[in-house]
Design a protein around this ligand. Structure first.
Ligand code: GUN
Length: 283
Protein backbone atom coordinates (compact mmCIF):
# COMPACT_ATOMS: atom_id res chain seq x y z
CA UNK A 1 0.00 0.00 0.00
CA UNK A 2 1.20 3.50 -0.75
CA UNK A 3 -0.15 6.33 1.36
CA UNK A 4 -2.50 9.04 0.20
CA UNK A 5 -0.46 12.27 0.19
CA UNK A 6 -2.04 15.32 1.85
CA UNK A 7 -0.67 18.19 -0.20
CA UNK A 8 -0.58 21.26 2.02
CA UNK A 9 0.44 23.54 -0.82
CA UNK A 10 -2.72 22.80 -2.80
CA UNK A 11 -4.96 22.96 0.26
CA UNK A 12 -3.43 26.28 1.35
CA UNK A 13 -4.01 27.68 -2.13
CA UNK A 14 -7.66 26.65 -1.97
CA UNK A 15 -8.01 28.30 1.44
CA UNK A 16 -6.35 31.49 0.17
CA UNK A 17 -8.82 31.66 -2.72
CA UNK A 18 -11.71 31.51 -0.22
CA UNK A 19 -10.05 34.07 2.03
CA UNK A 20 -9.61 36.44 -0.91
CA UNK A 21 -13.39 36.56 -1.26
CA UNK A 22 -13.82 37.11 2.46
CA UNK A 23 -11.24 39.92 2.51
CA UNK A 24 -12.82 41.68 -0.46
CA UNK A 25 -16.15 41.71 1.40
CA UNK A 26 -14.43 43.20 4.44
CA UNK A 27 -12.75 45.83 2.26
CA UNK A 28 -16.16 46.80 0.85
CA UNK A 29 -17.27 47.34 4.43
CA UNK A 30 -14.28 49.65 4.95
CA UNK A 31 -12.04 47.19 6.81
CA UNK A 32 -8.73 46.21 5.23
CA UNK A 33 -7.12 43.56 7.43
CA UNK A 34 -3.60 44.64 8.35
CA UNK A 35 -0.76 42.50 9.66
CA UNK A 36 2.43 43.99 11.08
CA UNK A 37 5.45 41.71 11.21
CA UNK A 38 8.44 42.46 13.43
CA UNK A 39 11.76 40.96 12.43
CA UNK A 40 14.72 41.44 14.74
CA UNK A 41 18.20 40.66 13.42
CA UNK A 42 19.14 38.95 10.19
CA UNK A 43 18.52 35.24 10.62
CA UNK A 44 18.27 34.05 6.98
CA UNK A 45 15.58 31.43 7.71
CA UNK A 46 13.46 34.02 9.55
CA UNK A 47 13.85 36.46 6.66
CA UNK A 48 12.68 33.84 4.22
CA UNK A 49 9.66 32.86 6.40
CA UNK A 50 8.67 36.51 6.76
CA UNK A 51 8.86 37.02 3.00
CA UNK A 52 6.56 34.03 2.51
CA UNK A 53 4.07 35.46 5.01
CA UNK A 54 4.04 38.88 3.30
CA UNK A 55 3.60 37.36 -0.16
CA UNK A 56 0.68 35.19 0.99
CA UNK A 57 -0.97 38.14 2.75
CA UNK A 58 -0.74 40.24 -0.41
CA UNK A 59 -2.25 37.46 -2.48
CA UNK A 60 -5.46 37.47 -0.42
CA UNK A 61 -5.67 41.26 -0.10
CA UNK A 62 -4.41 41.56 3.47
CA UNK A 63 -2.12 44.57 3.79
CA UNK A 64 1.08 44.03 5.71
CA UNK A 65 4.02 46.00 6.94
CA UNK A 66 7.41 44.77 7.99
CA UNK A 67 9.36 46.43 10.77
CA UNK A 68 12.99 45.34 10.61
CA UNK A 69 15.08 46.02 13.70
CA UNK A 70 18.81 45.42 14.17
CA UNK A 71 20.12 42.41 16.10
CA UNK A 72 21.36 44.86 18.77
CA UNK A 73 17.77 45.98 19.61
CA UNK A 74 17.16 46.00 23.36
CA UNK A 75 14.21 44.29 25.01
CA UNK A 76 12.81 47.68 26.08
CA UNK A 77 12.99 49.01 22.51
CA UNK A 78 11.10 46.01 21.18
CA UNK A 79 8.50 46.19 23.96
CA UNK A 80 8.00 49.90 23.22
CA UNK A 81 7.39 49.13 19.53
CA UNK A 82 4.83 46.48 20.48
CA UNK A 83 2.99 48.90 22.76
CA UNK A 84 2.74 51.40 19.91
CA UNK A 85 1.30 48.70 17.62
CA UNK A 86 -1.15 47.60 20.34
CA UNK A 87 -2.45 51.18 20.42
CA UNK A 88 -2.66 51.56 16.64
CA UNK A 89 -6.23 50.81 15.54
CA UNK A 90 -5.15 50.32 11.91
CA UNK A 91 -3.09 47.25 12.96
CA UNK A 92 -5.21 44.11 13.41
CA UNK A 93 -2.47 41.50 13.79
CA UNK A 94 1.04 41.63 15.29
CA UNK A 95 3.58 38.92 14.62
CA UNK A 96 7.04 38.90 16.16
CA UNK A 97 9.15 36.45 14.21
CA UNK A 98 10.98 33.99 16.45
CA UNK A 99 13.70 33.27 17.45
CA UNK A 100 14.77 36.58 18.98
CA UNK A 101 18.34 37.64 19.81
CA UNK A 102 19.45 36.30 23.18
CA UNK A 103 19.26 39.64 25.04
CA UNK A 104 15.47 39.66 24.52
CA UNK A 105 13.06 37.48 26.49
CA UNK A 106 10.63 35.78 24.10
CA UNK A 107 8.16 35.27 26.93
CA UNK A 108 8.09 38.99 27.83
CA UNK A 109 7.67 39.94 24.19
CA UNK A 110 4.84 37.49 23.54
CA UNK A 111 3.07 38.59 26.70
CA UNK A 112 3.34 42.26 25.67
CA UNK A 113 1.23 41.67 22.55
CA UNK A 114 -2.44 42.55 22.98
CA UNK A 115 -4.22 39.13 23.00
CA UNK A 116 -6.78 40.54 20.53
CA UNK A 117 -3.93 41.10 18.01
CA UNK A 118 -1.98 37.89 18.78
CA UNK A 119 -2.42 36.21 15.38
CA UNK A 120 0.32 33.67 16.22
CA UNK A 121 -1.83 32.40 19.10
CA UNK A 122 1.22 32.37 21.40
CA UNK A 123 -0.05 34.66 24.19
CA UNK A 124 -0.77 32.72 27.42
CA UNK A 125 -4.31 34.15 27.45
CA UNK A 126 -5.00 32.64 24.04
CA UNK A 127 -3.27 29.38 24.94
CA UNK A 128 -5.51 29.20 28.03
CA UNK A 129 -8.60 29.86 25.93
CA UNK A 130 -7.54 27.11 23.53
CA UNK A 131 -7.08 24.71 26.46
CA UNK A 132 -10.64 25.26 27.69
CA UNK A 133 -11.99 25.02 24.13
CA UNK A 134 -12.98 28.71 23.73
CA UNK A 135 -12.97 30.26 20.28
CA UNK A 136 -9.71 32.19 19.90
CA UNK A 137 -6.59 32.49 17.75
CA UNK A 138 -5.13 29.01 17.44
CA UNK A 139 -1.36 28.63 16.96
CA UNK A 140 -0.87 28.47 13.19
CA UNK A 141 1.00 25.17 12.74
CA UNK A 142 -1.32 23.09 14.99
CA UNK A 143 -4.33 24.79 13.40
CA UNK A 144 -2.95 23.95 9.95
CA UNK A 145 -2.45 20.31 10.95
CA UNK A 146 -6.03 20.06 12.22
CA UNK A 147 -7.28 21.61 8.99
CA UNK A 148 -5.30 19.07 6.94
CA UNK A 149 -6.84 16.17 8.89
CA UNK A 150 -10.33 17.58 8.52
CA UNK A 151 -9.84 18.22 4.80
CA UNK A 152 -9.68 14.43 4.36
CA UNK A 153 -12.41 13.66 6.90
CA UNK A 154 -9.87 11.74 8.95
CA UNK A 155 -11.53 10.50 12.14
CA UNK A 156 -9.85 11.98 15.22
CA UNK A 157 -12.38 11.08 17.94
CA UNK A 158 -11.34 8.03 19.90
CA UNK A 159 -8.08 7.65 17.97
CA UNK A 160 -4.66 7.45 19.55
CA UNK A 161 -2.64 10.52 18.58
CA UNK A 162 1.06 10.38 19.38
CA UNK A 163 3.01 13.63 19.27
CA UNK A 164 6.80 13.63 19.09
CA UNK A 165 8.03 17.01 20.34
CA UNK A 166 6.80 19.26 23.13
CA UNK A 167 7.53 22.79 21.97
CA UNK A 168 5.17 25.59 22.96
CA UNK A 169 4.66 26.42 19.26
CA UNK A 170 3.85 22.97 17.88
CA UNK A 171 4.00 19.87 20.10
CA UNK A 172 2.05 21.02 23.15
CA UNK A 173 -0.73 22.88 21.30
CA UNK A 174 -1.26 20.25 18.59
CA UNK A 175 -1.78 17.65 21.31
CA UNK A 176 -4.28 19.95 23.00
CA UNK A 177 -6.21 20.55 19.77
CA UNK A 178 -6.42 16.81 19.10
CA UNK A 179 -7.54 16.25 22.70
CA UNK A 180 -10.26 18.89 22.14
CA UNK A 181 -11.35 16.70 19.20
CA UNK A 182 -11.60 13.71 21.59
CA UNK A 183 -8.41 11.91 20.60
CA UNK A 184 -6.39 10.03 23.21
CA UNK A 185 -3.08 11.87 23.23
CA UNK A 186 0.43 10.73 24.10
CA UNK A 187 3.34 13.20 24.14
CA UNK A 188 6.83 11.91 23.40
CA UNK A 189 10.07 13.89 23.70
CA UNK A 190 13.81 13.58 24.06
CA UNK A 191 13.53 11.80 27.44
CA UNK A 192 10.88 9.30 26.31
CA UNK A 193 11.90 5.68 26.87
CA UNK A 194 11.17 3.28 24.02
CA UNK A 195 9.80 5.78 21.55
CA UNK A 196 9.12 3.12 18.94
CA UNK A 197 6.82 1.16 21.22
CA UNK A 198 4.65 4.27 21.54
CA UNK A 199 4.76 5.46 17.93
CA UNK A 200 3.73 1.98 16.78
CA UNK A 201 0.46 2.48 18.66
CA UNK A 202 -0.32 5.75 16.90
CA UNK A 203 -3.36 6.09 14.64
CA UNK A 204 -2.22 9.67 14.09
CA UNK A 205 1.49 10.46 14.44
CA UNK A 206 2.66 14.08 14.53
CA UNK A 207 6.42 14.42 14.20
CA UNK A 208 8.04 17.69 15.27
CA UNK A 209 11.56 16.70 16.20
CA UNK A 210 13.71 18.93 14.01
CA UNK A 211 16.06 16.19 12.75
CA UNK A 212 15.97 14.81 9.20
CA UNK A 213 14.47 11.41 8.38
CA UNK A 214 14.49 10.03 11.95
CA UNK A 215 11.07 8.39 11.69
CA UNK A 216 11.19 5.41 9.37
CA UNK A 217 8.50 2.92 8.43
CA UNK A 218 9.31 0.61 11.34
CA UNK A 219 8.10 3.31 13.76
CA UNK A 220 4.61 3.15 12.26
CA UNK A 221 1.47 1.12 12.68
CA UNK A 222 0.06 -0.06 9.35
CA UNK A 223 -2.48 2.49 8.12
CA UNK A 224 -1.34 5.37 10.37
CA UNK A 225 -1.81 9.03 9.50
CA UNK A 226 1.63 10.67 9.51
CA UNK A 227 2.03 14.43 9.85
CA UNK A 228 5.58 15.67 9.32
CA UNK A 229 6.24 19.11 10.82
CA UNK A 230 10.02 19.06 10.25
CA UNK A 231 11.73 21.40 7.81
CA UNK A 232 15.41 20.44 7.63
CA UNK A 233 17.85 21.80 5.10
CA UNK A 234 20.36 19.18 3.98
CA UNK A 235 23.95 19.95 2.96
CA UNK A 236 22.98 19.79 -0.71
CA UNK A 237 20.48 22.60 -0.06
CA UNK A 238 17.33 20.47 -0.40
CA UNK A 239 14.56 20.43 2.20
CA UNK A 240 13.48 17.30 4.00
CA UNK A 241 11.16 16.44 6.85
CA UNK A 242 11.66 14.54 10.09
CA UNK A 243 10.03 11.49 8.50
CA UNK A 244 11.72 9.23 5.95
CA UNK A 245 8.97 9.85 3.42
CA UNK A 246 9.78 7.09 0.91
CA UNK A 247 9.93 4.44 3.63
CA UNK A 248 6.97 5.70 5.67
CA UNK A 249 4.60 6.08 2.73
CA UNK A 250 4.61 2.31 2.20
CA UNK A 251 3.08 1.79 5.63
CA UNK A 252 0.97 4.90 6.26
CA UNK A 253 -2.57 5.49 5.01
CA UNK A 254 -2.01 9.26 4.82
CA UNK A 255 1.21 11.25 4.91
CA UNK A 256 2.21 14.89 4.53
CA UNK A 257 5.24 15.65 2.35
CA UNK A 258 8.07 18.16 2.94
CA UNK A 259 8.09 20.58 1.20
CA UNK A 260 4.43 21.19 0.20
CA UNK A 261 3.09 19.85 3.48
CA UNK A 262 2.51 21.56 6.81
CA UNK A 263 4.64 24.65 5.97
CA UNK A 264 2.21 26.34 3.54
CA UNK A 265 -0.68 25.53 5.87
CA UNK A 266 1.00 27.41 8.75
CA UNK A 267 1.02 30.58 6.64
CA UNK A 268 -2.58 30.08 5.48
CA UNK A 269 -3.72 29.84 9.10
CA UNK A 270 -1.87 33.05 9.95
CA UNK A 271 -3.96 34.77 7.28
CA UNK A 272 -7.12 33.22 8.72
CA UNK A 273 -6.21 34.54 12.16
CA UNK A 274 -5.50 38.00 10.73
CA UNK A 275 -8.95 38.09 9.13
CA UNK A 276 -10.47 36.98 12.42
CA UNK A 277 -8.61 39.80 14.19
CA UNK A 278 -9.83 42.36 11.62
CA UNK A 279 -13.39 41.21 12.23
CA UNK A 280 -12.84 41.88 15.95
CA UNK A 281 -13.81 38.33 16.84
CA UNK A 282 -11.25 37.95 19.63
CA UNK A 283 -11.19 40.41 22.51
N1 GUN B 1 9.36 31.00 14.06
C1 GUN B 1 9.15 29.75 13.61
N2 GUN B 1 7.83 29.52 13.47
C2 GUN B 1 7.20 30.65 13.85
C3 GUN B 1 5.83 31.03 13.92
O1 GUN B 1 4.91 30.27 13.62
N3 GUN B 1 5.60 32.29 14.35
C4 GUN B 1 6.59 33.14 14.71
N4 GUN B 1 6.25 34.35 15.14
N5 GUN B 1 7.87 32.82 14.66
C5 GUN B 1 8.16 31.57 14.23
Amino acid sequence: MSADIINGKDLAQELRANMKEEVSQLVQMGITPHLTVLLVGDNPASKSYVKGKEKAAKEVGISSSLIELPASTTEDELLETIIQLNNDDSVHGILVQLPLPQQISERKVIEAIDPSKDVDGFHPVNIGRMMVGEDTFLPCTPYGILTMLKSRDIVIEGKHAVIIGRSNIVGKPVGQLLLNENATVTYCHSKTEDLKELTRQADILVVAVGRPNVITGDFLKEGAVVIDVGINRLENGSLTGDVDFEDAKEKAAYITPVPKGVGPMTIAMLLKNTIKAAKGLVS
